[in-house]
Design a protein around this ligand. Sequence first.
Ligand SMILES: Cc1cc2nc3c(=O)[nH]c(=O)nc-3n(C[C@H](O)[C@H](O)[C@H](O)COP(=O)(O)OP(=O)(O)OC[C@H]3O[C@@H](n4cnc5c(N)ncnc54)[C@H](O)[C@@H]3O)c2cc1C
Length: 451
Amino acid sequence: MMQKPDVLVLGAGPAGLAAAVALLQGGLEPLVLESAVRAGGSVATHRENGFIAEGGPNSLLLENDGTEDFLRQLGIVILEANPVAKKRFLVCRGRPVAAPSGPIGAITTPLLGFLEKLRVLGEPFARTSTDPDESVAAFARRRLGAGVVTRLVDPMIAGVYAGDAEKLSVRQALPRLYEMEQRYGSLLFAGLSKGRAAPRRRMVNFPGGMADIPDGMARFLDATRLQTSAAVRTIEHNPGSGWTVTWDAAGERRCATARFLVLAVPPWNWSALPLPVALGDHLRPWHDVSAPPVSVISLGFTREQVAHPLDGFGVLAPAIEHRNVLGVLFPSSLFQGRAPDGHVLLTSFVGGCRQPELTRGDAGTQIGIVRKELETLLGARGEPVFTSIRHWPRAIPQYNIGYGNLRALLDSAEANFSGLHFCGGYRNGIALPKTIRNALDCAEKILATAH
Ligand SMILES: Cc1cc2nc3c(=O)[nH]c(=O)nc-3n(C[C@H](O)[C@H](O)[C@H](O)COP(=O)(O)OP(=O)(O)OC[C@H]3O[C@@H](n4cnc5c(N)ncnc54)[C@H](O)[C@@H]3O)c2cc1C
């Protein structure tokens, strides 16, 4: 066991692993301490009998921000989504309806009424807001009308954040939309002006599933720099020598001191960490951060058992439809190798801010709820041939109104406690590529100070 690291990283989710890899590539010695038995955090791939089901993130949207190069350098092979991924369904009056994908679709879609469509065309004339921290729903209602919020924005927010559009801050959660209004005064004008300059995003997964990412990073670090099943017992900060952490692992007490400490643990776990008192007090407002529970339930069927052609990304359900799933993905339509030949895989999301109570039942009850929904929405009949369930008591941090104040506390903590750095999905965007980018930026900052 290496005992002289330059950087101690707490948490081996994608953020902690990516920061450690980048630090090692930059010439520093990281040591990652992870409380769980395996690294990977929310990435939870289940491979069985030819099915590859994701209990956490199901895909990545890669853009040109260095994340892809980082993954490729680690030898991680990227699997592009099938073109069918561009088609998305929304539940409308109990049935999946294709979301409009162009101007003609937007005119003919049954998702919005005639007046609601006219209201969308009036977007450039919408009043601007004086509220510096407006909700996503208020923003969209003001610019695009109530119909768009009910039918499009609400399911989109439930699908991405498992969140509530009335509570989520547009500035924090969807900064691009916020900036479009600030800069162009209109989303339609911004779209027209940006045109082809808008970043092109590609949906990807990996041959072995999303776990290829943490597996590739863990391989690069090698077991000497990654300690799993580590129970952190003390964390001390001494501005002269740095950060001293003791932890228990494999029945022994261990200890290391490093100049830098990276906190890549989700904020709902901070109250249980033995942080120095002043730092714990500083971060106390984070203890109340909202992160609703979500169950991810994947069921495999033979192709004949499911009536729907599954010719798309999946189907999202707006609250107004009173369904018991937030949405259902069609992974076997999106990526090669997710189900054996002649079979399909359907991944459903239950709970979130909308219906947290539905995640409290036992696995059998939750699977029963999902089977009923799949039968109604997609005509899936009979016993599934494959079942996988993953429950997250606290799934995704909600970038709600006021989240900017929480984020500011991270900047001030970094300024006040020398050598301390934060990275993770809670800091600069919940999506996995944003999390990795945030971790790479964190490593760059440390490398710049260290050398
Ligand atoms: C259900 C679900 C679906 C998602 N879908 C997508 C998607 O489709 N696309 C996408 O881009 N993103 C998606 N995400 C988001 C993505 O998973 C996150 O961006 C990413 O996992 C955040 O990584 P992280 O390292 O910050 O946190 P985590 O993945 O939560 O990892 C944190 C790590 O810290 C460890 N830890 C906790 N406490 C301690 C402690 N005391 N000591 C040491 N270690 C500790 C945990 O065990 C864990 O390993 C989804 C997330 C969830 C939950």
